[in-house]
Design a protein around this ligand. Structure first.
Ligand SMILES: O=C(CO)[C@H](O)[C@H](O)COP(=O)(O)O
Ligand SMILES: [Fe+2]
Length: 216
């Protein structure tokens, strides 16, 4: 069964706690938290204090997507804030193995993310050390963008790499996921779908989550 991770980026920022509880009660499996630094991506969002505050109100696993340069300087703050899964971008660090180990040594699951234009070969050597690969299906930085359909083939190739090597790695896809794009993403081999606007932009978040899971 596919898991849905609503992205808080599309929530009403004046009512964050309520917005988290809305998706938690609506059947979300994880909460996706987009951390942007205005450097790796051309936008700024929020940091560890906001994650720590939301940790007080939610039991959902926190899926922290770090879109920041120098992720090594901030990992501990997000672990302390209550992250269950921390994903770093392969494009941000020359020593990915060390970075992933820093996360895992502290008992937190580690993910690695790739921009749409970054080839899968970049992560071939670290695949045994990750719990999740996040394939971006938009250029990171903003919600509400259009799904880049060539990522479907990338998902299929990644699924094949994981299967051939018999690794316990899950595939998450992030960007432009909605009821129209989700079925092809699932068919290609993704098991976690991030959805910002499709969930928070819907009149009924629970119904939107069910629809992404193909349950409606
Ligand atoms: O990482 C992200 C952007 O960089 C977001 O998670 C993503 O864009 C979700 O928003 P939407 O579902 O509206 O595309
Ligand atoms: Fe994200």
């Amino acid at each position: 069964m596919v898991k849905i991770a609503p992205s808080l980026l599309a929530a009403d920022f004046t009512r964050l706690a309520e917005e988290v509880l809305k998706v938690e009660q609506g059947g979300a499996d994880l909460l996706h938290l987009d951390i942007m630094d205005g450097h790796f991506v051309p936008n700024l969002t929020f940091g560890a204090p906001v994650v720590a505050a939301l940790r007080q109100v939610s039991k959902l696993p926190f899926d922290v997507h770090l879109m920041i340069t120098n992720p090594q300087d901030h990992i501990n703050a997000f672990i302390k804030a209550g992250a269950d899964l921390i994903t770093v971008h392969a494009e941000t660090h020359p020593h990915l193995h060390r970075l992933l180990q820093t996360i895992k040594d502290q008992g937190v699951r580690a993910g690695i993310a790739l921009n749409p234009s970054t080839p899968l070969v970049t992560i071939e050597e670290v695949l045994p050390y990750v719990d999740m690969v996040l394939l971006m299906s938009v250029n990171p930085g903003f919600g509400g963008q259009q799904f880049i359909s060539t990522v479907l083939d990338k998902i299929r190739r990644l699924r094949q790499m994981i299967t051939e090597r018999n690794l316990p790695v899950v595939i998450e896809v992030d960007g432009g996921i909605n009821a129209e794009t989700a079925p092809a993403v699932i068919a290609a081999g993704a098991t976690i779908l991030v959805a910002g606007s499709a969930v928070y932009g819907a009149v009924d978040a629970a119904q939107a989550i069910a629809s992404l899971k193909g349950l409606d």
